[in-house]
Design a protein around this ligand. Structure first.
Ligand code: HEC
Ligand code: HEC
Length: 213
């Protein structure tokens, strides 16, 4: 093959390589912008320090609620009150001292982040958005359209979840058990060890909100 012949093969190939990874998938910046939101970081803080007493949806149904009667979180009490009780504990606001003071334990950023998370903690779809953006975007993309950074590595590719024709039960099952158990690609991992049942239901509630009819 002469120089001209090999160029005619190489140029389209190079063009294809250049086009596909860049335009088919998101940039690392898209991913870090998505993950670097206060409420997303705050979700991690909340799960590590608050779920035990307040419960996953802040309804007071929690493992420790037999020890302390934790009321359902009342967001109408306003930002100032919420910030004060988190920083200084229940006693400082004339409430149950079983609510610890977090000033020493959490950084300034973590306190602001957990307050951002509390503002959405009662909405299943908003909690689910955080589950999704913390765990699923590398494959399914920040928008859920299947264009995540790792998507080009897999065949079949990660589903475009904005166009899914599956019902909520099916989605819950495949997220819990993984693709292989459902006769689909084993690349779709089972999440039953990393995520709670509540988090999986929340993710399914979020997926409903991104469907494009
Ligand atoms: C050891 C159990 C415990 C832990 C852990 C805990 N809390 Fe509390 N929290 C309580 C109790 C009990 C109350 C209720 C105080 C009262 O109303 O008398 C409360 C109240 C609150 C309130 C006020 C709610 C309202 O409606 O008045 C907020 C906000 C709050 N907690 C946030 C947090 C955050 C954020 C974390 C994690 C960083 C956390 N709590 C961890 C026990 C806990
Ligand atoms: C390592 C890549 C990867 C990750 C991470 C991943 N998925 Fe998947 N997912 C896939 C692939 C690949 C498929 C398509 C399987 C097939 O078609 O056989 C899929 C399919 C699905 C489906 C089925 C959709 C339909 O319409 O059939 C759902 C729902 C889903 N994933 C949700 C999630 C959620 C929620 C998360 C995060 C908690 C997640 N996935 C994380 C790769 C991934």
């Amino acid at each position: 093959m002469g120089a001209k012949g090999s160029l005619s093969v190489l140029i389209p190939l190079a063009l294809q390589l250049w086009l596909s990874p860049v335009f088919a998938t998101e940039s690392i910046r898209d991913v870090s912008d998505t993950r670097n939101k206060p409420a997303i970081r705050g979700g991690i803080v909340y799960h590590a320090y608050c779920t035990l007493c307040h419960g996953e949806s802040a309804d007071g149904k929690a493992r420790a609620s037999k020890l302390h009667a934790v009321p359902e979180l009342d967001l109408s009490k306003g930002h100032e009150y919420i910030e004060k009780i988190i920083r200084h504990g229940g006693k400082a606001v004339g409430k149950n001292e079983a609510m610890p003071s977090w000033q020493e334990e959490l950084s300034e950023e973590q306190i602001n982040d957990v307050i951002a998370y509390i503002s959405i903690v009662k909405s299943p779809a908003s909690r689910g958005e955080i589950v999704f953006k913390s765990n699923c975007v590398l494959c399914h993309g920040t928008k859920g359209d299947g264009k995540g950074r790792a998507s080009t590595l897999f065949n079949p590719p990660p589903s475009d979840l904005t166009k899914s024709d599956k019902n909520d039960e099916y989605k819950k099952a495949i997220i819990t058990l993984g693709g292989q158990a459902m006769g689909r690609s084993e690349v779709m991992p089972p999440w039953n060890e990393q995520l709670t049942e509540q988090q999986i239901s929340d993710a399914v509630a979020y997926l409903k909100t991104i469907l494009i009819p």
